[in-house]
Design a binder for this molecule. Sequence first.
Ligand SMILES: *[C@@H]1O[C@H](CO)[C@@H](O)[C@H](O)[C@H]1NC(C)=O
Ligand SMILES: *[C@@H]1O[C@H](CO)[C@@H](O)[C@H](O)[C@H]1NC(C)=O
Ligand SMILES: *[C@@H]1O[C@H](CO)[C@@H](O)[C@H](O)[C@H]1NC(C)=O
Ligand SMILES: *[C@@H]1O[C@H](CO)[C@@H](O)[C@H](O)[C@H]1NC(C)=O
Ligand SMILES: *[C@@H]1O[C@H](CO)[C@@H](O)[C@H](O)[C@H]1NC(C)=O
Ligand SMILES: *[C@@H]1O[C@H](CO)[C@@H](O)[C@H](O)[C@H]1NC(C)=O
Ligand SMILES: *[C@@H]1O[C@H](CO)[C@@H](O)[C@H](O)[C@H]1NC(C)=O
Ligand SMILES: *[C@@H]1O[C@H](CO)[C@@H](O)[C@H](O)[C@H]1NC(C)=O
Ligand SMILES: CC(=O)N[C@H]1CO[C@H](CO)[C@@H](O)[C@@H]1O
Length: 445
Amino acid sequence: MWSNKFMLVALGSHVLTVSSLSLDARSDNSVKNAAKAIAAGLTSNYTSAPKIQEWWQDSLMYNALIDYWALTGDDQFNTITKQGILGQVGNDNDFMPAAQSLYETNSEQASWAMAAMNAAEAGLDSSNNNSSWIKLVENVFGEQAARWDTDVCSGGLKDDIEPLETDYRTKGAFSNGLFMQLAARLARYTGNSSYNEWPEKVWKWSESVGLLDSNYSVYDIVDISDDCKVASKLMFTANFGPYLSTAAIQYNSTSGSSVWKSRLDGVLSRASSLFFYNNTDIMFEAVCETTQTCNEDMTSYKTVLARALGDVATFAPYQETIVTPKIQGSATAAAKQCSGTSDKDTFCNFSWLSSQADDEFTNLGSQISALQIVLANLDRPQLASANQTSPGDASGTTGPSSTSTGAPSSTQSTTATPTTGVGNRVVGSMCGVLAGVVAAMLFSL
Ligand SMILES: *[C@@H]1O[C@H](CO)[C@@H](O)[C@H](O)[C@H]1NC(C)=O
Ligand SMILES: *[C@@H]1O[C@H](CO)[C@@H](O)[C@H](O)[C@H]1NC(C)=O
Ligand SMILES: *[C@@H]1O[C@H](CO)[C@@H](O)[C@H](O)[C@H]1NC(C)=O
Ligand SMILES: *[C@@H]1O[C@H](CO)[C@@H](O)[C@H](O)[C@H]1NC(C)=O
Ligand SMILES: *[C@@H]1O[C@H](CO)[C@@H](O)[C@H](O)[C@H]1NC(C)=O
Ligand SMILES: *[C@@H]1O[C@H](CO)[C@@H](O)[C@H](O)[C@H]1NC(C)=O
Ligand SMILES: *[C@@H]1O[C@H](CO)[C@@H](O)[C@H](O)[C@H]1NC(C)=O
Ligand SMILES: *[C@@H]1O[C@H](CO)[C@@H](O)[C@H](O)[C@H]1NC(C)=O
Ligand SMILES: CC(=O)N[C@H]1CO[C@H](CO)[C@@H](O)[C@@H]1O
């Protein structure tokens, strides 16, 4: 359905004029108007067609919609956002709802926790009687910390949670990066120093196994059945995102420590050289975009790096001369790929490169990415923090908790779709589909 969007503009013999979304990235008003149109398109089919969405992409969508509210003040999507997130908390308030828990990956669970974290930082009320946003995040964090696996590779989270799943033998940059980013955000938000050890620990571990190399390349996975060797050297925007965000937050939380500054400089510089097309400021998914081989998941990866560039602008203002042109250039290019006849049907094509014939045009992932890069142009207001902690329910175990959420019932959750099969599920390893297809490509850009 999403992919046929542009065919719908041909009505009978009349082809309606479809104009690109206009965006002046230097004008807050223009940015807010563009964001509004994209967010409206994103949510217009929220209730009628959620089935085709992938579960983890929904978490990115809600995350972006929270940003939309926080940065524009327009709260029209807050109700569906709250219902959407709270509908996925599951019986244990840990984003492992029954419909997903058999197949769920650590990165999926962390992506949902990230949305809750965003809600806490933005000060979204939860209308939830039993669990605050931050408690949900702490529950997830506690479970993942308990899954930190020193048996092989001297640490790291496995991608899968359930031992029978295929990615139980891999440890990936996305799982570990998101876990580390949650720790950095919890430390900042709660002031509880017990989170502080984790960003350092996960960063060092990533270096020790080669997921992160001395040039700040962030690779995809290591395989524990192969001596924890790096199993894929493909580099995706989404894997760089959490390393970049974490470095920016930690740089800030440590009042500008030189260690985190060089990490931030390094990852930003590497991402800049990899993911901006032909020395333009236009972000692209280097592994698959120009060859039109990105799968559904991959069409949303740019969302994560777009948010990370915004984090850099927020937490490390000294980097503005580097990130601002990239945010503005990418957002301007992204808006040109959005079109529609009215606010409600503004949809955005996946590739922001105007030269690119776009086989994978509009879908959920491309719509969220466009929204997130447009929003990155707006200054983030002061983030909330709580100088107190609210210890979670599930301190390090996945056992049932005694609380219920009081959240909207699961019938209000329109997004708990059955899985599409393990092979297509995210993110644990991002490379599955592509391995071998494009390996050399990155280096021939
Ligand atoms: C880092 O980059 C330099 C210069 O391109 C290269 O010679 C070196 O092999 C790279 N190191 C790694 C670990 O890839
Ligand atoms: C890359 O940029 C150069 C200089 O602007 C231009 O001549 C060249 O055609 C571009 N290459 C591609 C593949 O777009
Ligand atoms: C930390 O972040 C705040 C809020 O964005 C910013 O004002 C401050 O300059 C940052 N600190 C450093 C050391 O860059
Ligand atoms: C989006 O892609 C489709 C298919 O390539 C194309 O027909 C349409 O013109 C594109 N939209 C924009 C705004 O470029
Ligand atoms: C939070 O804690 C920090 C460090 O102890 C302190 O400097 C700051 O004033 C506190 N903020 C509030 C709002 O209590
Ligand atoms: C700090 O966080 C840890 C881990 O979540 C928790 O066990 C501990 O109780 C918290 N400390 C305080 C003072 O709340
Ligand atoms: C959850 O919230 C409801 C409604 O406020 C309340 O009646 C119930 O006692 C709460 N449960 C727990 C375990 O706190
Ligand atoms: C929370 O509790 C209040 C008072 O008991 C109730 O009116 C409200 O519907 C509850 N909210 C949720 C989300 O359960
Ligand atoms: C705005 C928009 O594109 N809405 C679409 C939502 O899905 C229905 C079918 O379920 C389409 O008919 C609408 O055009």
